[in-house]
Design a protein around this ligand. Sequence first.
Ligand code: G6P
Length: 366
Amino acid sequence: LLVDKGNHRHFMAKEIHEQPEVISHTLSNYLDMANGRVSIPDLGIDLATVPRVTISACGTAYYAGLVGKYWIERYARVPVEIDIASELRYREAPLPEGGLALFVSQSGETADTLATLRYARANGQRIASIVNVRTSTIARESDAVLPTLAGPEIGVASTKAFTCQLSALACLAIALGRARGAISEEQEQELVSALIEVPRLISTMLVDETPYVELAHLLSKARDVLYLGRGLSYPLALEGALKLKEISYIHAEGYAAGELKHGPIALIDEAVPVIVVAPEDDLLEKTISNVQEVAARGGQIVLISNADPEKIGCELAAHIKIPDAHPLTYPLISAVPVQLLAYHTAVLMGTDVDQPRNLAKSVTVE
Ligand code: G6P
């Protein structure tokens, strides 16, 4: 299989730019666009009565799963447990009879994720997986597969696989919500229309990357970078920090905005950039109060939001404007700025963006 970089300098850049197209492919696999309905493969389990969903994965796929948990809880009202595969498999977690275990993996070969899948099977779970490589071991050992149609991902730092995983997870959450009567047919149509808009909205964010090139100068001088987010944006803060540390080698931490005062606030001074993922949703006000706490200590705030910066009421080092969207879709929308921030910082620093030191695309050993 031969994949080239096209007009891009790195595979990562190419893969970031492919997102509108591959998200669209993935969504069209799970949506009946004409009727505004979701249709996912038969999981061989009664979605209306499944007692719990247990999600497990590693790395970026784990953060996609964490967004999935928030979506499934919100739109389907099903309890969801999530854990990193290397933890879940060893802590002998009790799993409910008739439960659904869901594994998220780009490669479908991650050793800990596969071992956790086998643990879940041995403990009576129905196994579903969201995988990018259809022929992988995890796909073969699953009762049902929800493929992501991201195409081959070459850059070690996952980008398009992540947003395709989110696309599949959103469809699963809506399908579960419908099966359980937690959302009406009208609500389903509204959510489906929102998802259909995503590729176009992401395209608008890929037109001009100069703000990221400028911000790379700020980030590349930092020793530590803090990412904050609340609710659906919390996993995006974690993913943003992971992307930055993976490819620029700058220490970065993602934190739930509400936890700021329980630790990370001690780190904040003029030298610490704080990236705040805060789209205009029902939690924005709460996050703004955290932003003000950062500002009061001189932190350099980079706000990723569609909200009017006037609303924030303090000075910002930068404002990365995202488009207005349906609250369901902000994790997909916010993924792009955090990817581009990491990418341009790494390019400026001259690291090996596609093959960062010490990291592997697929971790098949324990
Ligand atoms: C490695 C890769 C990450 C990936 C993780 C899980 O750490 O570098 O990009 O998120 O493995 O891989 P998987 O193939 O299971 O999604």
